[in-house]
Design a protein around this ligand. Structure first.
Ligand code: B1M
Length: 215
């Protein structure tokens, strides 16, 4: 059997795009065994997730396909992460994310989290029903550059506003992005958020833009 080359990593990208978890795991292990560069392996995974994001945005695929792709990405990352850490390649940006106080919806927020992880952000996911102070504490503890707030209920939109206002009052040096079914661009502007995105793929583009990361 021939030793794996970096050019063979297109098969890893394809496995992510197709959401093939076992293939993604096997190819990642083969690439590590062949001592391919961890950065090249990570790049191949990211290209796959970027394509998934693009097709999701274009309504060519839907939530279930994104979830299986994200699961394949997660499986590959479990093998790759220790090698990345050992070689000093770590996510450049951190994001604190959560669903605001009073709101228990997390399917969309989880999707955003997974896509951000796929784009090599370190994600500190606080879960649901997250109070303002918990967001503030997490930003201070982690030094995150970005906060993502999700809300699915019209009744919890005021909690999103309060959280943004409190972070501004405390002078936290952090960008804030918001999303969720009832949220609009106009609402984001009104409450002083730095950006709104309508779906998980756009959330990755917005996150990159807000932290000044190259796409
Ligand atoms: Co609820 N619920 N729910 N619910 N629920 C809605 C939101 C509702 C629209 C249904 C309806 O009446 N038609 C309605 C809200 C009405 C309103 O506010 N105007 C509603 C209600 C009323 C309620 C309860 C009050 C019902 C009750 O108990 N009487 C209750 C509230 C509980 C609470 O939160 N305190 C409740 C409970 C629940 C369940 C627990 C049963 C369950 C949640 C399970 C879970 O999340 N673990 C649930 C569900 C599943 C829904 C619907 C059916 C689906 C939501 C969903 O997951 N969509 C929803 C109706 C609907 O939307 N069709 C509904 C799929 C998901 C992928 O999309 O979350 O929009 P979404 O996320 C998208 C984008 O919005 C965006 O990206 C995601 C992916 O593209 N996005 C972000 C989301 N967050 C983002 C953050 C970003 C960027 C983008 O940056 C940070």
């Amino acid at each position: 059997m021939s030793v794996m080359q970096e050019t063979d990593l297109t098969t890893l990208t394809a496995a992510i795009m197709a959401g093939k978890r076992k293939d993604a795991k096997r190819i990642t292990q083969e690439a590590l065994d062949a001592t391919l560069s961890p950065q090249a392996i990570l790049d191949a995974l990211k290209v796959g997730m970027d394509d998934v994001g693009r097709r999701f945005k274009a309504n060519e695929i839907f939530v279930p396909e994104v979830l299986v792709a994200a699961r394949a990405m997660k499986t590959a990352m479990e093998l790759l992460e220790p090698v990345l850490v050992a070689s000093g390649i770590q996510p450049e940006f951190k994001v604190v994310i959560g669903t605001v106080e009073g709101d228990l919806h997390d399917i969309g927020k989880n999707l955003v989290s997974m896509m951000l992880k796929g784009a090599n952000f370190e994600v500190i996911d606080l879960g649901t029903n997250v109070g303002t102070q918990a967001f503030i504490d997490a930003v201070k503890e982690s030094g995150a550059q970005l906060v993502g707030l999700s809300a699915l209920l019209t009744t919890t939109m005021p909690a999103m506003k309060e959280t943004v206002e409190a972070m501004r009052e405390q002078g936290l040096d952090v960008k804030v992005m918001v999303g969720g079914a009832p949220i609009t661009d106009a609402f984001a502007t009104e409450i002083g958020a730095d950006g709104f995105s309508p779906d998980a793929a756009s959330a990755v583009d917005l996150a990159r833009e807000l932290v000044g990361a190259a796409a």
